[in-house]
Design a protein around this ligand. Structure first.
Ligand SMILES: [Zn+2]
Length: 281
């Protein structure tokens, strides 16, 4: 899920930046494109990765024998060496059938296999490089029920305090959930803008439950149960939706869809306010 903290790129250690990412941009340059909006009390930073690119987006380990000077320069700045680079799967974008069809359950006996472990590893790397706070296997083209999510204290610290509080956003360690089954634990809901790495460049308001429980298996095949609330509950719902072939745009509030550049413009007349609200049971 593309609910990025402001300045998130600045938080990535240089060594963690994937040279193959299409969104190669230096942390330094990112800063000027991520001014804090002031008009919206709950803004989310435009995806820094959609801003003007200073360097070629061509993968550094491209098969081309003559990398562009700009690409070479980026590699030099990041201290990367071609021989250490490993290509990660591309993020699948909206429109690809894999994002619009239900994913298959993973055979519990296969979770320990090299194949599934590699998928999980790739998902974690892709999520962190993007960067995002959650990812579902279909987003790297794998139609299996696997999700990963993570929100760090450091990431959150770059969001405005009032936003963190309103969203009930708290850090949590990396979670890998295979065959997740999500259940709401209350009728409390909240409306906030959210985005998706597979629909990058856009945001829309989505109403989500504030309290959920997710059961499944961890990356070792052991049963796992997660009780989540607030922003973590939103991420879980977003990622579990992916496994049903549902994108946030399939359940967004009408007339709230917008580009990240227009995120701070007022909501249309008649749209409900952002924040928590109760719904009748
Ligand atoms: Zn998503």
């Amino acid at each position: 899920m593309e609910v990025l903290p402001r300045f998130s790129n600045r938080l990535l250690s240089l060594s963690s930046i994937n040279p193959n990412s299409k969104s190669l941009i230096t942390p330094f340059f990112h800063l000027q494109f991520c001014q804090l909006p002031t008009s919206n009390p709950l803004p989310i930073c435009p995806n820094p990765l959609k801003t003007t690119r200073f360097f070629s987006t061509k993968p550094l380990n491209s098969s081309s024998s003559s990398p562009s000077p700009l690409t070479t320069r980026a590699g030099w700045l990041l201290g990367l060496r071609e021989k250490n680079q490993q290509k990660l799967p591309d993020l699948v974008k909206a429109g690809d059938p894999v994002l619009h069809e239900p994913a298959r359950e993973v055979d519990p006996n296969e979770i320990g296999s090299e194949k599934i472990q590699k998928i999980i590893d790739d998902m974690i790397k892709v999520m962190r490089v993007a960067p995002g706070v959650g990812l579902a296997a279909p987003q790297i083209g794998i139609p299996l029920k696997i999700i990963v999510l993570e929100d760090t204290k450091e990431f959150i610290s770059y969001a405005p305090k009032e936003e963190i509080k309103a969203q009930d956003r708290r850090p949590f360690d990396l979670l890998v959930i295979v065959n997740p089954v999500l259940k709401k634990k209350s009728n409390r809901t909240a409306l906030f803008f959210e985005g998706c790495l597979s629909v990058d460049g856009y945001r829309a308001v989505v109403e989500r439950y504030l309290d959920v429980e997710v059961k499944g298996l961890d990356q070792y095949g052991q049963p796992i149960k997660v009780d989540a609330s607030g922003w973590q509950a939103r991420i879980l719902q977003h990622e579990c939706d992916h496994l049903e072939g549902t994108l946030y745009v399939d359940k967004m509030m009408p007339r709230t869809f917008r580009t990240v550049e227009n995120l701070d413009l007022p909501l249309a007349v008649g749209c409900p306010k952002l924040g928590a609200r109760k719904i009748s049971s």
